[in-house]
Design a protein around this ligand. Sequence first.
Ligand SMILES: Cc1ncc(COP(=O)(O)O)c(C=O)c1O
Length: 366
Amino acid sequence: MSLLDVFRPDVRAMHAYVVQDAAGYIKLDAMENPFTLPPDLQVKLGERLGPVAMNRYPGVRVNDLHAALRAYAHVPADHGLVLGNGSDELISLLSVACAQPGAVALAPLPGFVMYEAFAKQSGMQFVGVPLTPDFELDGPAMLAAIRAHKPALTYIAYPNNPTANLWDDAVIEQIIDAVGANGQGLVIIDEAYQPFASKSYLDRLTKHPHVLLMRTLSKFGLAGIRLGYMMGRKDLIEQVEKVRPPYNISVLNVEAALFALEHADEFARQAELIKAERARLLSALADMPGAKAYPSQANMILVRVNDAAATFNALKARGILIKNVAGLHGLLANCIRLTVGKPSENDALIAALTELLREPLNSNPA
Ligand SMILES: Cc1ncc(COP(=O)(O)O)c(C=O)c1O
């Protein structure tokens, strides 16, 4: 008997999430907004944060953030809104709240890894349904899995990570209807990449009472402050609210998020620049014989190359950090994921990849 036996066997078998040391690198690995605040706004933010009462637990100021987010995101007036320390925390809270014996969470794969991680941590079963080889939803497979497993939670990332695409709306509606027909499940539309996407599910949210819409300020430009939000039918959101730690959004997060929303035009300007840079990167990648870039509606681009590990290492040796996603799923064989950076960072990335990806792409991705 060891003290470690106190911990669940599945926890002992897990690996902790490792954050790479990116110091000194051009950091294009985590879908962050590459831009900081302009200097004048940095000074103003400092003035705002200085007097914040850090000696007190977060209080009713969070209500102002609720109101600001409701206005910013056009949350329907009769819908509930819950805040998380990043949308990661909301996924965790949902899993905790729904983890009844035998409860299932379902998501297409490859997808955002935390759906599975938090489902399993909370004791739910996880069912992954493979996308098609070109990363579209496999409608028949999704519908069959929904009928067979009757998931409590079905996640649809819109756009998806790491494939960066928006899936077919008609298939998404079929999935929502199938979950609705089971009469016992929620569909979570995860719009983490909404600032860079041409469409949102928001307009259709009120059509389906069992759909929750989740967003985050991370990709907007505030990954460091950790703020996610989820909206949906009031009585459903209230259940998540019950398992939320009472002070999960710090006084500094609240004030910084309020400040950012007051300057949403600056973040919108940054998103436009990122979208223009995404188009420039895609067009450069199209000219590289050894690259197949997939369409993107996010601030990342999925690219198939001949040797993902070698490309990752060669970029790292040139001071550029990206993500090698080849190991995440069989469909991602030899795929790398590039986050769209600042123009100068993208120049460096394009120059390096142009040199590295000269050999034509093998027809066999593995
Ligand atoms: C699809 C998706 N959802 C949610 C998140 C989590 O975002 P955060 O916890 O930073 O709000 C991410 C992060 O990369 C993501 O890709």
